[in-house]
Design a protein around this ligand. Structure first.
Ligand SMILES: [Zn+2]
Length: 315
């Protein structure tokens, strides 16, 4: 298989016969390759639709956790008012809240009464936060169970479908938000074309993906959940993701790296052959350390997650 970004056939097999680390009793072994030109990491061969469906059982993590933390909402409001409203230029406030910013840098830049679509909205946690901030919210969710819960919580439009098949209006959204979703798309270019159609001109696309240049990927290699075989068809870095966004008619305005340590505890656990949540306490400690270290490691581009905010422009 050629690289989908640079079309090159020059690649290396980096890991062979990997199993689903979250559900180890599910059959199937997968190979990962890395493009030697742009660095894209991809599954080759790619699983069929029938095969991949097995790897999203009802106990898949994102459909079982939910938090409506009031404190988190308040922090989101500060971040929104200080960093995400274009008119705010108070550098003292910005400096004071910089340590919080990296935890919520993934939120879309604020537009009063703007309409946002969360693709892969799960139980609607992020949409609840965005609604609280003043957005009109809608979501797309592939799991029927999660979509029903999200619809009940939000009293808003939640499309129960894959993003590819969802019937969405054209030139309608001010922001389309993909948080840990883009890497699950088998046909990312098709999805970007669709996003261009549904966004208004000047609308914002927010993509949050695992970063293949991250510190934890370099340390834990095939034991990091950032590659999450076989659910992640592709693992991107800043260069290759920026390139496809530009080719599909977006300009990239913001690049931020966040949660520099979030995959360390799972990396240690998998390395030692333990369950993924074995070092829960370490996870919390690293998350707290992130308040101080995220802004520093962001400079080197080695955070676990890459956040790109791009704008729809005429091609
Ligand atoms: Zn490539």
């Amino acid at each position: 298989m050629n690289c989908i970004v640079c079309k090159n056939s020059n690649n290396n097999l980096i890991y062979k016969n990997l199993k689903d680390r979250l559900h180890q009793d599910i059959e199937g072994k997968y190979n990962l390759k890395r493009c030697n030109v742009c660095g894209l990491i991809f599954l080759d061969p790619q699983p069929t639709t029938k095969e991949i469906t097995r790897h999203y059982p009802s106990e898949y993590g994102v459909y079982n956790s939910s938090s409506e933390s009031r404190k988190k909402f308040l922090v989101a409001k500060w971040i929104n008012n200080v960093f995400l409203k274009k008119e705010n230029s108070n550098i003292f406030l910005k400096a004071g809240l910089i340590f919080f910013y990296y935890k919520l840098a993934h939120l879309p830049d604020f537009i009063k009464s703007g309409r946002v679509l969360d693709v892969g909205c799960s139980l609607g946690d992020r949409l609840l936060m965005l609604k609280y901030l003043g957005w009109q919210v809608e979501g797309v969710e592939i799991s029927k169970k999660a979509a029903v819960i999200a619809r009940c919580r939000l009293k808003k439009s939640i499309y129960n479908s894959t993003f590819e098949k969802a019937k969405l209006p054209n030139n309608y959204y001010d922001a389309v938000y993909l948080n840990n979703v883009f890497e699950h798309f088998k046909k990312p270019m098709f999805c970007l074309k669709k996003i261009r159609h549904i966004l208004k001109k000047g609308g914002q696309l927010i993509v949050v993906v695992p970063n293949s240049s991250s510190l934890s990927f370099r340390i834990f290699k095939q034991n990091t959940l950032l590659i999450d075989v076989p659910r992640h068809y592709y693992t991107y870095n800043e260069n290759n993701l920026t390139r496809i966004l530009k080719e599909e008619g977006f300009i990239v305005n913001t690049v931020v790296y966040s949660n520099c340590f979030s995959s360390f505890s799972s990396g240690f656990a998998l390395l030692l052959g333990k369950k993924v949540d074995y070092f829960k306490l370490l996870d919390k400690m690293l998350w707290l350390m992130g308040f101080v270290l995220d802004p520093i490691l962001n400079v080197f581009g080695v955070g676990d997650y890459l956040i790109i905010k791009a704008e729809k422009v005429n091609k």
